[in-house]
Write a protein that binds this ligand. Structure first.
Ligand code: GAR
Length: 215
């Protein structure tokens, strides 16, 4: 069984879908949910699901990123994860930290990378007049929102969309994409998962379809 630590900063809806996915013959199990914000709603949700939680508040480390990352690293080492999933974790990590987990750390980003690294992805997609948007799961490397792509899901941009309506449509796909990628990655398969646009079939079906396509 692969051990998975999930890093969050907020609501943790992606974390919830990842935790829920890791049952039965899934090759991984959640061992830690770690937040940099003590008030993150996701912490309660993790506890309710019986997953151990920890907090490394970034605020006391203001100006000392190395010390913050050392504290983060200490919590992670205790949990001994095989895989780390960043799931709405809103702190930038240095290359020194990411190199410690290279090839073992995943992130979900709410855009079709390489478009719109960083923040305000939905506003930027609307400003650019894009007709589609989406989300990407990728391996974390030293460069922000870069690293090998492990999966993408696309959604249409509809007329009248606001950043909020678009974010909600993308988030729905995030909840399908991230568990699908994690399961495949935990089996040692880094072949990208491309979810069909607007497909509402269950994750398992999408996975097997993907497997067929890649056979
Ligand atoms: C998600 O949309 C995720 O893609 C985004 O934050 C949201 C977290 O929601 N992540 C980033 O923007 C990372 N740069 P959640 O807490 O409900 O999973």
């Amino acid at each position: 069984m692969k051990r998975v630590a999930i890093l969050i900063s907020g609501g943790g809806s992606n974390m919830v879908t990842l935790v829920r996915s890791m049952t039965g013959d899934h090759p991984a199990r959640p061992v830690l949910v770690l937040s940099n914000r003590p008030e993150a709603r996701g912490l309660e949700r993790a506890s309710e699901m019986g997953v151990p939680t920890a907090v490394v508040d970034h605020r006391p480390f203001k100006g000392d990123r190395a010390a913050f990352e050392a504290a983060l690293q200490a919590e992670l080492v205790k949990a001994a994860p095989d895989i780390i999933c960043l799931a709405g974790f809103m702190r930038i990590l240095t290359g020194e930290f990411t190199s410690k987990w290279e090839g073992r750390m995943l992130n979900i980003h709410p855009s079709l990378l390489p478009k719109y690294r960083g923040l305000h992805t939905h506003q930027r997609a609307l400003d650019a007049g894009d007709t589609e948007a989406g989300c990407t799961v990728h391996e974390v490397t030293a460069d922000l929102d870069d690293g090998p792509i492990l999966g993408q899901a696309r959604v249409p941009v509809l007329s009248g969309d606001t950043p909020e309506t678009l974010a909600a449509r993308v988030l729905e796909q995030e909840h399908k994409l991230y568990p699908a990628v994690l399961e495949r990655f935990a089996r040692g398969d880094g072949t990208p998962v491309y979810l069909p646009s607007g497909d509402a079939s269950p994750i398992k079906a999408e996975l097997s379809e993907q497997t067929k396509n890649n056979a």
